[in-house]
Design a protein around this ligand. Sequence first.
Ligand code: DIR
Ligand code: MN
Ligand code: MN
Ligand code: MN
Length: 302
Amino acid sequence: NQIGLIGVPTDVGAGVRGACLGPEALRIAGLAKALTGLGHKVSDLGDLDGPPNPDEQPGNGCRNLREVSTWCRLLRDRVTDVAGQGMTPVVLGGDHCIAMGSIAGIAKHCSASGQPLYVLWFDAHTDFNTPLSSPSGNVHGMPIAALCGRIKDSEFDLGVPTPVVDPSRINLFGIRSVDHIEKATLVDSGLKVFDMRAIDERSTFTIMREILDEVTAAKGHLHVSLDVDFLDPSIAPGVGTTVPGGVTYREAHLCMEMIAESGLMGSLDLVELNPLLDEKNKSAELLVDLTGSLFGKATLHR
Ligand code: DIR
Ligand code: MN
Ligand code: MN
Ligand code: MN
């Protein structure tokens, strides 16, 4: 089937600027060619045209909220449209606030097709802050809370019923940084949180098997959202919020290879890449590599 690349060149949800350059860095790293090389048809649908970053200080607990909202609504409609044409949407961020848009868009698509929507969120952070709990005011720390229907502000209204995704169908993987109030609210959230300790104890393989088996049993649509800070900073320095102790090169590829083998992934976000902080585009190149694994690149034929 066909892959549709959607560039979302914005950093309105971040505190550090530069993720607006992510889509072009991914193109330069050879994303389309890597996918066509695997036998896929790829359409680069270009970049969405949203508002510039006003670069304001947070007001009412959020930075640039109106612009975040505009970008997310634009992306929502594009993702619904692209999925409706039978393509697999691959969203090139942009900071992680845009996942509210891509997931709202895919949720619309899934409710029309009657498929249960599952999310696999690869991140160092749980992104479960609200404007009240956030220590930074950066909306990229809030998309999971918004998708769970925990933020009532009308700018967070994505025009789809909440929760946009049932919290029990959201798997957070790679977690190692949770803010104080965020941690307390996670307790009764219903989210499936796999932190680095769980990964160390139980292994990437065991946990990924468990997540994917559940989606398979439900015949679900799997949306994968990949924040660059999921990866260890030693292999992926090109992100504004690095946290030590992330997954290794092989652990990351194993996740992607298992997803590919499952055949479950119906949509993807590649987010938080900040080329201004990268080293000669190496994080972008790693993302291209990982995306190859997600779309079926394997060492041996299986
Ligand atoms: C932090 C950072 N928890 C915040 N979040 C990030 O600002 O809410 N998420 N970087 O990916
Ligand atoms: Mn579909
Ligand atoms: Mn994130
Ligand atoms: Mn993160």
